[in-house]
Each structure stands twice: as C-alpha cells, then as structure tokens.
Design a protein around this ligand. Structure first.
Ligand SMILES: *Cc1c(COP(=O)(O)O)cnc(C)c1O
Length: 338
C-alpha cells in the first residue's frame, strides 16, 4: 500500500509528466548564466510576481539567507517573528554566515508581527546598537494567510522607518489560492520574496528569490560564495516550470482535503482539533499515547511527524488523494475507539 505521508508537503515525488519535462529540458552552465531553462524560469517568475529579477537556488533556506545577506551587512539586524522559519528553522544562518543579528518579535495568533512591537524594537542610530535594516515576514505562516491589509501596513511601516522588507513566501501560492488573488498582489508589498517550488507545488528541488536587479545581483554573488552556484540546473528548472504550469490551481484541492481531514478528525474522541489553515491541520492528542499512535498509523501506511512541533501538524499535498484522507481518518478512529 502506498504511504499517506502527512509529515510535510516536501515529500512529494515528481509526476511522470514532470519527469518527462525534466528529461527533455535544454540546459547550459548556469554559473555562466547560460542555462536557457533556468533563465526562462527566472524571467517568468520575475514577470509573474512583478519584480525586475529572479534567482533560481537549491533551497528555501539558501534563498532566505541570500536575501538577508543582500539587504543587510555585518553588524546589521533584521526584525523577524519568534516562530519564523528564517529565525527558528534555518540553523541561525543569518547570524552564522551573514553576521546579521536577528531581533525576534512575538507573533500575533494570525501570524502578523504587531507594528507597535516592531516600532519599539528598532534601535536608535548609535554605536551601541546593531543597525536595524530589514523586516522579514512569512506567508503562509504555519498555514495561516496573512491579511493583505496587514501586508500593506507593514510595507508602509518599513518605508517610513527606512527598512527593507522581505517575504519568506515558501508557500505564497497557497496564500494566493486561498485568498483568491494572484501571487503578485501579495508580493507587491515586498522588496524581495523567496518562493519554494519544492513544497506544495511538487517540484523535487528548488526555490526562487525575487527582487530588484541590485538585490538579485548581490544574492547571485552570495549564492556562489555559499556553494550554490550550480551548472546544468535546467533539468530542475524544467520541473519547477512544469509545477507552475500544472500545480498552482490544484493547491485548492489540498486545502479542501485539509478541511475534510480536520472536520472528520474533530469528531474522533481523544483528538482535540486546534485548527486548519490552508493545507495544514493541527491537532492535540494525549502525549503519553503518541509513540503508540505512530506505530498504529504506520501499520495502516499513514505517516505523521511526532515530537517536532508541540502539537501534531498534518500536511496535505499533491501525493495525497481522497482515499488517503479517508484511510487516515479511519486509522485515527480505529486507534482512539479501541
Ligand atoms: C520549507 C520552508 C523554508 C525552507 O525551505 P528548504 O527548501 O527546506 O530549505 C523556508 N520557509 C518556510 C516557511 C518553509 O516552510
């Protein structure tokens, strides 16, 4: 039986049609800027999201790191959520590799960073302090779609305070599809945006950093320094291009399945439903039964991630169909009703 793997939307496998697109991709040396498929992907994403330039990179972590290093210099500081991926889940890369100090700000429950808290965290210009240079937001944040009004206000705030503003838009297309707006309507409020092709869009590898020509040139330099200058990456760009053509609108199916999953799990005694946002469902189960639950689910070919976040996060994606949702609900129900 095929796994229903709810650990993350990174676990998808390239479809046969995506693999076919990869096989026939025209390639060249991307360090020389000569890979036509990479160049086409970058131009297309820049045009679609409303930026001057774009850079195709191996991972979202590298994309965010290059953006931070393009906006900030040694001894600068960026404002970031305490639960933001960039701050918490990227090994402290901005500090380790960029000598950029993070100033974490607690999130409101909807994923926004309150502007008054941001304002209070900006340091005076004085040799005692790091120089506050950048505000970094995340959308979606733990599946939550940040309100467009907030993005506009955050943009205006950053402009008034002389800060650049970056979006970790790993799942910007989930936000766009859920909000019924083109991704550029979200992206327009930022100086740079990082987009993952390897999450819900289902490409095997790759993220794209978008920004001005100046920001992207700096990022290209840091990409080489970070060891991310790749060569015939066109085969991967072909997968990304295929994902943009065929896997954006269908994110609505993942969201619909997450709604079904949350409703049905919410009816199972022993499970406390905490919420559902885009392609993520959050539940609490009794901590002392977690290991046993994991073993039980695996026996039904259902995989979840335990012990990584304080609550269980179940993520729907391209490789989970209606049957997989039904099997998951059945497996949970069987465990909690014996
Ligand atoms: C996955 C993810 C990243 C990083 O992507 P990798 O390709 O895994 O390095 C960045 N931000 C968010 C919000 C993510 O979910």
């Amino acid at each position: 039986m095929a796994w229903v793997d709810l650990r993350s939307d990174t676990v998808t496998h390239p479809t046969p049609a995506m693999r076919a697109a990869m096989l026939t991709a025209e390639v060249g040396d991307d360090v020389y800027g000569e890979d036509p498929t990479v160049n086409a992907l970058q131009q297309r994403m820049a045009a679609d999201l409303g930026f001057e330039a774009a850079l195709f990179v191996p991972t979202g972590t590298q994309s965010n790191l290059l953006a931070l290093m393009a906006h900030c210099e040694r001894g600068d500081e960026y404002l970031v959520g305490t639960d933001a991926h960039t701050y918490k889940f990227e090994g402290g890369g901005a500090a380790v590799l960029g000598s950029i100090q993070p100033q974490p700000i607690p999130h409101d429950i909807d994923g926004t960073l309150p502007l008054d808290k941001l304002a209070a965290a900006i340091k005076p210009i004085d040799p005692h302090f790091a120089r506050t240079r950048l505000l970094a937001l995340e959308n979606t944040w733990h599946g939550r779609v940040l309100p467009l009004d907030y993005l506009r206000a955050a943009h205006d705030f950053a402009r008034e305070r002389g800060l650049a503003i970056h979006l970790d838009g790993a799942r910007i297309f989930n936000a766009a599809v859920a909000g019924g707006v083109p991704a550029r309507e979200i992206a327009q409020h930022f100086d740079s945006v990082s987009v993952c092709l390897s999450k819900g869009l289902g490409a095997p590898v790759g993220s794209v950093l978008l920004g001005s020509a100046v920001v992207v040139e700096k990022a290209r330099r840091w990409r080489k320094v970070a060891g991310g200058g790749w060569r015939q990456a066109g085969m991967l760009a072909a997968a990304a291009g295929y994902a943009l053509d065929h896997h954006v609108a269908r994110l609505a199916d993942d969201h619909r399945r997450a709604v079904t999953l949350s409703r049905q799990l919410g009816d199972v005694p022993g499970i406390k439903l905490l919420g559902q946002h885009t392609n993520m469902v959050f539940i609490d189960v009794p901590a002392d039964r977690l290991r046993e639950l994991d073993v039980h689910l695996r026996a039904a070919s259902v995989r979840i991630s335990i012990g990584y976040l304080p609550t269980l996060r179940l993520v729907t994606h391209l490789d989970i169909d209606d049957e997989g949702i039904a099997r998951t609900v059945e497996a949970f129900r069987a465990f909690f009703t014996v």
